[in-house]
Design a protein around this ligand. Structure first.
Ligand code: MG
Length: 279
């Protein structure tokens, strides 16, 4: 399963702002290409994240295809309120394995962000809203350097215990090596089932595909990616974009792993995104 994060994680971290019309078309085109889980936006403060200011309008205009999961990021109960108002059935929450990164990213300690996540999960339950957890800087932090695997395992377990159905492990600055990916996952999968874990690689050092293959070899089948390699992270110096969905699909096609996504429909969308970014 590929989780297409371009319309949210990708566009949120681009310097240009995409029009609402284009965002809606992008999401519809991705679903038409066969994407079954797509991140559509972020219910955050418009003054802090202007690229996502129109998420409620984007969601309102979507024609939702049955069986496809549409997820929005929510940072706190206020965002969760907006997600509920918009009729979301799936949201994502986030924290980081690095204390310094979390402080710089959302001006909050990891402990405080977990408390906010717990509040969001409590609000989700009566509405049958699924909550996905993001854990950033699982291998390297731009400020703290290498992150201890034990810390990542403990936080991933905590997110699952709190009610996240899936936890996505992020290599936020794209510095993880295949050996480091294996090192963490081997420890983590001793206590957490592979079907609760996704991987979220950035291609900064060109290792994302190799890292995905390592994760797959250990039984992880959910991969985050962004069409056209959209995005990066404004709070992580040196971070390049997410691994490109079309590269992941091509690799999986070559390896005989079914994704349900048609490459011939995905490539024009990727070209559109690359042109949009440079136009
Ligand atoms: Mg990302």
């Amino acid at each position: 399963m590929i989780v297409e994060v371009g319309p949210r994680d990708g566009l949120q971290n681009e310097s240009k702002i995409m029009s609402t019309d284009d965002k809606v078309k992008l999401i519809h085109d991705l679903v038409d290409a066969g994407v079954q889980h797509v991140e559509v936006g972020s219910f955050v403060r418009a003054d802090l994240v202007p690229t996502m200011a129109d998420t409620a309008e984007v969601v309102k205009r979507l024609t939702r295809k049955p069986g496809v999961r549409y997820t929005a990021l929510v940072p706190n109960p206020k965002g969760m309120d907006a997600a509920i108002q918009s009729g979301m059935t799936s949201v994502a929450v986030f924290t980081a394995a690095s204390e310094t990164f979390n402080q710089k990213n959302i001006r909050m300690s990891v402990g405080d962000s977990l408390a906010k996540i717990q509040d969001v999960i409590k609000m989700a339950a009566p509405h049958q809203i699924d909550v996905r957890g993001y854990l950033s800087t699982c291998w390297h932090c731009p400020y703290e350097g290498a992150i201890k695997p034990e810390r990542v395992v403990a936080l991933a377990a905590e997110l699952i215990k709190m009610g996240c159905w899936e936890v996505s492990l992020g290599d936020t600055i794209g510095h993880a090596t295949p050996d480091e990916v294996r090192g963490l996952l081997v420890i983590l999968l001793k206590t957490i089932s592979a079907d609760r874990i996704a991987v979220h690689f950035h291609d900064t050092n060109g290792r994302a595909l190799e890292n995905i293959r390592v994760a797959q070899s250990l039984g992880i089948t959910t991969i985050d990616s962004a069409v056209g390699g959209l995005g990066g992270c404004p709070f992580a110096p040196g971070a390049k974009g997410n691994v490109a969905t079309e590269s992941v699909v091509e690799m999986l096609d070559n390896n005989g792993v079914a994704t349900g996504i048609a490459l011939q429909k995905l490539l024009p969308i990727a070209n559109w995104m690359r042109q949009w970014r440079t136009s």
